[in-house]
Every structure is written in C-alpha cells, then in structure tokens.
Design a protein around this ligand. Sequence first.
Ligand SMILES: [Mg+2]
Length: 239
Amino acid sequence: MDSDSASVNDPLAHVDLGESTAVADTVLLDVDGTLVDSTYLHALAWTRAFGAHDLAPPWWRIHRTVGMGGDLLVGEVCGADVEDRLGDTLRSEWADRYRELLPEVRSFPGARELVDAIRSAGLEVALASSGAAEFTDAALDILGMTRDDFDAVTSAEDVDRSKPHPDILGTALESAGGTQALLVGDTVWDVESAARLSAACVGVRTGGFSEAELDSAGAALVVDDIGVLAQCDWRRVSG
Ligand SMILES: [Mg+2]
C-alpha cells in the first residue's frame, strides 16, 4: 500500500487495507521482534547452536530467517542435509542457548496500551507466535502480562507447520472466536502467512526488516513499532 492511501492517523478499520481486512474482527500479534526485542538474541542463540557443530552460516542469513519457525529455519539456513542430520539437535541446543539469553530480552513500549486499544474497539486480540510456548510465556513475563490478557495464545506446539504457513494464524483466529484477522508482525514471513489466510498484515520495523521489504512483501501498512499502533484509532467495522 502506498502512503497516500493509509496513514497511522486513520482509524485502522477504516484504512483501505484491502477487501479482506475491511471486516477484521480479530487482531493477531506476533511476539518476537514485535512485542519483545528478541530477534538478535534469537540470531545469537542460533549462531551458538550452529557453531557447536562447526556450522557458520552468516549472521545476516540467520537474522533474515528468524520469524520462520525453528522447524523450517535450520533447513532454510543450512540446507536439507543439515536438517536431516541435526535438525532436532540444533533446535534443542538453540532453545538452551536462547533460555540463557532471556534475561537480556526487553519489551517494546506500548504492548499493553496496544492490547487495551484493540480491546476498547471491541476487537478480539490474540498472540500468534512461531516460537515455543515456553518462550511465549517468557515474553509475557517480560511484558508484565499474562495469557489472560488475550483471547487466545497460539505457539508453535499448537500446530504442525509454523510461519510462513498460515496454520498458527488460523488456529489463533479460531481460538479467539474470530472470523477475519489482521496480523501485526515484524517479518516478511508474517506478511506471507497473513496473505495465505487472506488477512492483511501491518508491519513493524522492530525485527530489523526494512519498510521497503515489508511493503514489497505485501504489508498493508508499515510503522516503526507497536507504540505507534497503540496510538492509532482502532475501530471495529461490522459486516
Ligand atoms: Mg516476529
């Protein structure tokens, strides 16, 4: 979407996000890189896990793949052979390394305000993360929030396939009792998974993807961070 047709000053439900989102009743929030500043720590954890097996994929490649589920990331970064030989081992070791880094994960300002704004508009709000449930709960602790603050919380274990497949979004939408989603996420994988669910994606730049990348992937709107979205005029449009 070009900047002429949407701005953050518009009521989100009135913004021309495309036909599919004109009646969005549920906002799905990605977690890593969107609500908490964890993208680069995930890249570090993966680098350490790979390094323990003498694998040294470049940082940028890992960074650009964080946001996919770990089930897809190993093969994407190191190839099918490494996935076949070491996939589960690497995922286990990544989890160990990321667990060690959790004290360094910070929240982005505005998460609670964003949830309150969405709720006040009569919209459902759910978490839809490709991450493990353990780390979604850790993110909630960091945010000072709980699962009760959301209509649904969906993590990698709840589905067979992670982003960019739309399964996590579909499950989160259904669990929240909604019928049409709008996703807020930080990666092109979010944009792609939303598109597969015929949902729009509002991109935030806090995962390190540029506005141009998110825009060209098909994001309906790109803003700097969730703090900007928390100030938006969220309105539900019936019908
Ligand atoms: Mg993310």
